[in-house]
Design a protein around this ligand. Structure first.
Ligand code: IPD
Ligand code: CA
Ligand code: CA
Length: 745
């Protein structure tokens, strides 16, 4: 059995917390000190957001009234955990852990003070983020608000007795191989299920399905905010599971019993907002609340048709079966008639095909003898179609095994003509009802077609890591990192160089290689999206797709070809030709930065940290400017040099890096005050413009118009706001330059 330590540098922590904390400043200082003690190798904290949240009067009051309680709760850890450790729910072992609510509160206080010691075991198996540092840094304010409400509720004197007695239990359930059903052979009849667009997965008497990441909690502590994260964020006691659960294997689920709902929220993804404390009805018995965490297959890795292959279906069926099976350790509160509410499990970021996932869950529930309530989350016709199909199959006495065989057959038939649900009906000869519906397939088709990967920009987690929910941002970050490591190694090699439009316009073997890696992965994960990329798809489309990736595999190729370290990898995403997400790696600095519209700009490497614009004190005297000359050797060069010569005596200096993406990052992170260039391609600024704007800079055309990728313009300027005003104003006097004309003599 593995245990994780709870106290690292405890005496020094106690000393640091010897005085009561009642102000924001004292809290901030305490976190910085404690982080330095517990994580000396990673002591920095980003205090920006904590400051902005807590500086409102309501939170000043919170600091005064509730913070001392959180401090005391944390300091009570040694009394509550005299062994000095907590056990881990290791993979492969069916086991339950029980914590009193007072213990949960102490553990959550430890997470709040960012004082969770490294657990000491195989670091890949535990969620990598187990304290609230990213929440403090501004990831998903709704969750931090719910945590404040949680501590507020727990601090009330009237609650203390309850906290001593009530418990949260966490059960890792493991299905032995011998008990795994052979799905194709089952003769269990399909059982009725109830489909409705208006059901909600919430504490209302039914068991709640958690569409989990295999690392329980998914991105809840790193800014992810979809179903699982919202569930955990609004019921903070669920977060204790992140301290004790290794990631789930395919034959495992995790049941949480007893966590209470604290926060109310509205919205989804990045729009999620905490709207206040959830009312608690008198007599509410939280010990009856059961949540079952079930992680779905990450289907985006497979072509849609593969989802019907037996091995992948078996994986999902077995997982859902275990999740739905009544938990013998909770028999008293989980009688045979207790229903479970589920829905589109693994159909968002993970790319599962909704009708298939619905039928697989019906099969699993039939085998597990669990009454199933299925929410289609507002999709009324889809609920009706599913209800009709399942009812018809039941009427025809279909068994789990028969439906399994039919689905496998569909997968093999490659019948693109008939979508999945109509095909199943055809198999069952359920013609009367269904074929009449199928006549209206134009109306119904969207619900039946395999749904390709949905874009999940809003779900990007500011601190993505390799195991977190897949999203476009996640894919882009992984690619940027992978290609950055490749180029860090390859820069030492003699480069294989070819020329393009002129002897000075280069492409190297690594431009092509990096591009191939990026494009092939993006294609697989997002088959519906467009791609514009410098070497292979260099032409901006006449009509931009709903979503398009815009890639410069190596920006600064001339530098790269000379083994000069100033180059970048740029991956952008545009929504209807408007840049919306950007990831840029600067391999030689080992930096990766990224941004999503509306979510701020972050360093991903060397560590997750938000950054904001830096304004020089005096404009233009204190400005460090930069421009690019690109491949222009004609009259436009004179024009660029005209503005250059005019500004040079007025500002601190002007530099030329040779990489537009690099320059964008330098401006966004405050290392350069402003950058302009007359002739850029979309891949030179798509990603960078989002990163710069999200950090508070302005990125526009020379005349201040917003950047769109479909406006045919090639001029671009990015700068801190006051510098931007200045540059737009001064560039306006260079009419010839704006028009791309040579300087008049
Ligand atoms: C070039 C660089 C350069 C800029 C040029 C770009 P590439 O991109 O970003 O700094 O001045 O306009 O074309 O060809 O190295 O990817
Ligand atoms: Ca390039
Ligand atoms: Ca470029």
């Amino acid at each position: 059995m593995t245990n994780r330590p709870l106290f690292s540098g405890w005496d020094r922590i106690v000393q640091a917390l010897s005085a009561p904390l009642t102000t924001l400043q004292s809290l901030q200082d305490a976190i910085v000190t404690i982080r330095g003690i517990v994580h000396p190798q990673n002591p920095r904290v980003n205090d920006l957001s904590l400051r902005s949240y807590l500086s409102t009067p309501a939170y000043a009051q919170w600091c005064l009234e509730v913070l001392p309680f959180v401090q005391q709760s944390f300091l009570r850890l040694p009394t509550l955990f005299p062994e000095g450790t907590i056990p881990i729910l290791s993979q492969g072992t069916d086991r339950t852990l029980e914590f009193t609510k007072i213990q949960c509160c102490a553990l959550l206080s430890m997470m709040f003070f960012e004082a969770v010691p490294f657990w000491g075991g195989d670091s890949d198996r535990m969620p990598p983020f187990d304290d609230f540092s990213h929440l403090h840094a501004g990831c998903c304010p709704a969750f931090l608000e719910s945590i404040f409400l949680y501590f507020q509720r727990m601090s009330k004197p009237a609650e203390q007795a309850r906290l001593q007695n009530e418990k949260v239990t966490i059960h890792r359930r493991v299905l032995p191989t011998a008990e795994t059903p052979t799905w194709g052979e089952l003769t269990t009849p399909l059982a009725p299920a109830h489909f409705s667009p208006s059901l909600r997965i919430q504490p209302d008497g039914a068991v709640e399905a958690d569409f989990a990441n295999r690392y329980i909690g998914g991105g809840v502590l790193q800014g992810g905010c979809v179903q699982e994260e919202i569930m955990f964020g609004m019921s903070p006691e669920c977060l204790v599971s992140l301290l004790v659960c290794e990631y789930m294997l395919p034959n495992e689920v995790i049941t949480l019993r007893g966590p209470e709902l604290v926060g109310l929220c509205e919205g989804y993804g990045r729009k999620v907002r905490c709207t206040g404390e959830a009312p608690v009805a008198p007599g509410t018995d939280w010990s009856r609340r059961l949540i079952v965490a079930m992680d779905a297959l990450e289907c985006y890795q497979y072509p849609a048709q593969h989802q019907y292959t037996p091995s992948l279906m078996d994986r999902e069926l077995t997982k859902a079966y275990l999740a739905f099976a009544h938990d013998p350790t909770c028999a008293a509160i989980d009688p045979p008639d207790r229903p479970l509410t589920t829905g589109h499990w693994g159909c968002g970021a993970f790319g599962g095909h909704k009708p298939l996932k619905a039928l697989l869950q019906v099969m699993a529930a039939s085998q597990a003898r669990r009454a199933l309530q299925y929410s289609t989350f507002g999709e009324e016709p889809f609920a009706q179609a599913l209800q009709a199909v399942v009812d018809a199959l039941i009427e025809q006495h279909w068994t789990v095994g028969r439906l399994y065989a039919a689905i496998v057959k569909y997968g093999r038939s490659c019948d693109d003509e008939v979508p999945f649900l109509p095909w199943i009906c055809k198999e069952a000869a359920v013609t009367v009802f269904f074929w009449s519906m199928y006549q209206f397939r134009l109306f119904l088709l969207p619900f039946f077609l395999p749904r390709q990967h949905e874009l999940n920009v809003p779900f990007l987690i500011p601190a993505c890591s390799s195991h977190t929910t897949c999203s476009s941002g996640y894919v882009a970050l992984q690619l940027a990192e992978q290609c950055s490591s490749l180029l860090q190694r390859a820069i030492k090699e003699e480069q294989v160089i070819e020329t393009k439009s002129t002897f000075a316009d280069l492409v190297t073997a690594y431009d092509k290689k990096v591009e191939e890696i990026i494009i092939s992965t993006v294609r697989r994960a997002f088959p519906d999206h467009g791609i514009v990329s410098e070497e292979s798809f260099p032409v901006s489309p006449a009509e931009w797709k709903e979503w398009s990736w815009v890639v410069d595999p190596i920006d600064g190729t001339t530098n790269w070809a000379n083994q000069n370290p100033v180059f970048a990898i740029s991956i952008g995403l545009a929504h209807r030709a408007v840049p919306i997400m950007g990831v840029i790696a600067l391999p030689s600095l080992r930096e990766v930065v990224y941004a999503i519209r509306g979510r701020g700009s972050f360093y991903y490497k060397p560590e997750t940290k938000q950054f904001t614009v830096r304004e020089p004190s005096n404009v233009p005297q204190d400005c460090l400017l930069t421009t690019g000359i690109g491949y222009e050797r004609g009259p436009l060069l004179q024009a660029t040099m005209g503005y250059f010569m005019e500004q040079l005596p007025l500002c601190r200096a002007i530099r030329l890096s040779g990489s537009a993406c690099w320059d964008n990052v330098m401006v966004a992170t405050g290392r350069i005050s402003g950058y302009w260039e007359r002739r850029l391609k979309v891949w030179d600024y798509c990603a960078g413009s989002v990163i710069a704007q999200e950090s508070g800079c302005r990125a526009t055309r020379f005349d201040g118009r917003p950047v769109r990728l479909d406006d045919g313009a090639e001029d671009y300027i990015v700068a801190a706001p006051r510098v931007h005003d200045y540059m737009v104003r001064t560039l306006a006097t260079h009419q010839f330059y704006l028009a791309g004309q040579p300087t008049p003599h």
